[in-house]
Ligand binder design. Structure first.
Ligand code: BGC
Length: 254
């Protein structure tokens, strides 16, 4: 890499985000690791990267607040001088029956899972334009941007919204040299999934619908992020790469 590239990863302290941060640092990016709650985990990753000769900046930001997002980008640019890649990874999942869904639960999930990526993409794109154009935005979506899930309507609506956001923004951002792509993970072993994965019966039921017959690992997603952000993927925008072991195409048998 001639000039060092700079990335922001939201929700970078745990799960998929942590794997993405480590992978991008290994690939030579200077990385800003945003966290919401887990400062210890965030700092541990940053120290690990520094001890390996990499560069990581830790910033606390709640992506549902536009002011926090502005600060996240400003701190990144103050420290590293530019921004090349935004990974909108932060997300929450609160399953609940439709008839039980409260206004506050709805608002919170949409704010983190859809409003956050929207305004983070806006702030990142503004910075990319200001520094001369070009860049990449990757949204960590879900198979549920396409696959309905009973008891999870708000999450599905947020991820479905993220799908259309990416498809729409690809048009607006292409003239600026910015690509935007979704990754749609299936069932990945992360904290968001901890309750399901702690229940052997649920794991069995899940595996029965995953042709590749294993739960995904955070590195499966990090590998896809690294590739989509690279020049190898320079002709890809406005679409979703599903990284799901085949869950989306599971057809069962009679
Ligand atoms: C959800 C997981 C779920 C997986 C497959 C993900 O988006 O966060 O809880 O296991 O989709 O259904």
């Amino acid at each position: 890499m001639s000039q060092q590239k700079v990335a922001i990863v939201t929700g970078g302290s745990l799960g998929i985000g942590a794997a993405v941060v480590r992978r991008l640092a290994r690939d030579g990016y200077a990385v800003t690791l945003d966290y919401h709650t887990h400062s210890d985990a965030a700092n541990t990753i940053a120290q690990e990267i520094a001890s390996q000769g990499g560069q990581a900046l830790v910033v606390q930001a709640d992506v549902s607040r536009v002011a926090d997002i502005a600060n996240l980008v400003a701190q990144t640019v103050a420290r590293f001088g530019r921004l090349d890649l935004l990974v909108n990874n932060a997300g929450i999942e609160q399953r609940m029956a439709f008839l039980e869904t409260t206004e506050s639960a709805f608002d919170q999930q949409i704010a983190v899972d859809l409003k956050g990526p929207y305004f983070a993409a806006q702030a990142a794109a503004r910075q990319m334009v200001a520094q001369g154009g070009g860049g990449c935005i990757i949204n960590v979506s879900s198979v549920h941007e396409d696959v309905p899930m009973v008891g999870n309507a708000v999450y599905c609506a947020a991820k479905g919204g993220l799908r259309m956001l990416t498809r729409t923004l690809a048009n607006e951002l292409s003239a600026l040299g910015i690509r935007i792509v979704n990754i749609g993970p299936g069932a990945v072993a992360t904290p968001i999934n901890a309750a399901t994965l702690a229940d052997p019966a649920k794991v069995q039921a899940l595996l029965a619908e995953i042709p590749l017959d294993r739960i995904g690992q955070p590195d499966d997603i990090a590998n896809a992020v690294a590739w989509l952000a690279s020049d190898q993927a320079s002709y890809i925008t406005g679409t979703t790469l599903f990284v799901d072991g085949g869950l989306m195409v599971y057809a069962g048998s009679l």
